[in-house]
Design a protein around this ligand. Structure first.
Ligand SMILES: NC(=O)c1ccc[n+]([C@@H]2O[C@H](COP(=O)([O-])OP(=O)(O)OC[C@H]3O[C@@H](n4cnc5c(N)ncnc54)[C@H](O)[C@@H]3O)[C@@H](O)[C@H]2O)c1
Length: 314
């Protein structure tokens, strides 16, 4: 069977990396992106490939979405469109409804109308909310504390009902923090951008003890491509790495790799960087490990790799 793929959010950080890898194993790769945070530059090396096209458009324009699906005989959709700036939606929650929840509904609706049966969905550890005791497993209650987390949890529920009603196959990965080349946001992007502007001082939100697992995008995409083609029914996986990297360590690594020995790192107080941020989470990976997938880099290795990539040292 031909693999004609549509990556929605394909000019973003993870989407552009996924497009590059999909080109090696698919007949056609269409990236659809409204360039809210994505950039044409992220796919500039792909546009000369005759199997690839970038379409600038919005996932909520269902008429256009249906035309793209039909014109290109799409049979696999990778849904990565979302607002990825949690701090922006803390100020304006409607961003999450439009970009994260409604896009899922629009895509599912278009799939139903066009008869597309296979979906990959980029979910998040933020669907779980704050860690209260045991590590989260895929069966844990979803108690999101951010608008972003709730829009993703709602998306997962939409996917379940559309899949049940229409016999869709859906692969859902709940990602931790994903890092790598072409980052558009997050702590690595933020620290490096700010230090380029002012190499003498780095102000860190919170006391620097906030610690999260960071996974390299290459490991994530390898997992997606390992499981998507034979996926049947709705399957949800936590995907991640086992160890965490504290913000303090990231700040120190960035300053060291940028060769700024005189830079002062100034920490704030408290564990939470901003309201809605989950300062620490941890989840079980047994289910994804049972498929044979395992990350090749731990959190510290992925962090260092990402800093080097951002500084052009790789
Ligand atoms: N990067 C992470 O750490 C992380 C963690 C958990 C989940 N995720 C999820 O993975 C996906 C990709 O994240 P990313 O880090 O690459 O972020 P990103 O912002 O780089 O990518 C998202 C892309 O979606 C596009 N987009 C947003 N709304 C759209 C719309 N209505 N129509 C068309 N395009 C639209 C944006 O322009 C952007 O290019 C997102 O769904 C995100 O929620 C990412």
């Amino acid at each position: 069977m031909e693999r004609n793929t549509l990556v929605i959010g394909g000019a973003g950080f993870i989407g552009s990396f996924l497009c590059k890898e999909l080109l090696k194993v698919s007949d056609k790769v269409i990236a659809l992106d409204n360039l809210l945070r994505g950039k044409k530059e992220n796919v500039k090396d792909l546009v000369s490939n005759p199997k690839f096209s970038l379409i600038i458009g919005d996932a909520n324009d269902v008429t256009n979405l249906k035309k793209i699906i039909k014109d290109n005989k799409i049979n696999y959709i990778f849904h990565l469109a979302a607002n990825s700036d949690i701090q922006a939606s803390a100020m304006n929650p409607s961003i999450e409804f439009e970009c994260t929840a409604k896009t899922t509904w629009s895509i599912l609706y278009a799939m139903r109308e066009c008869g597309v049966k296979n979906l990959f969905f980029a979910s998040t550890s933020a669907v779980y909310g704050e860690l209260k005791g045991e590590n989260f497993s895929e069966e844990s209650l979803l108690e999101p504390v951010s608008y972003y987390g709730s829009a993703k949890a709602a998306s997962e529920a939409f996917i379940r009902s559309y899949s049940y009603m229409n016999d869709f196959n859906a692969l859902i990965f709940r990602f931790p923090n994903v890092i790598g080349p072409n980052l558009t946001h997050g702590v690595f992007f933020d620290f490096i951008s700010r230090l380029k502007e002012n190499p003498t001082e780095l102000v860190v939100l919170g006391d620097g003890s906030q610690s999260k697992p960071y996974m390299h995008v290459s490991d994530l995409v390898r997992g997606i491509l390992m499981l998507i083609w034979d996926n049947k029914g709705v399957n949800t996986y936590n995907i991640g790495v086992e160890h965490d990297t504290p913000v303090r360590k990231i700040a120190e690594m960035v300053v060291r790799e940028m060769n700024l020995p005189n830079c002062k790192i100034k920490y704030g107080s408290g564990k939470i960087g901003w309201k809605g941020d989950v300062p620490h989470f941890s989840y079980k990976l047994d289910k994804i490990y049972s498929t044979g997938w395992k990350a090749s880099m731990d959190s510290d290795e992925a962090s260092l790799e990402t800093i080097k990539e951002a500084l052009g040292k790789k």
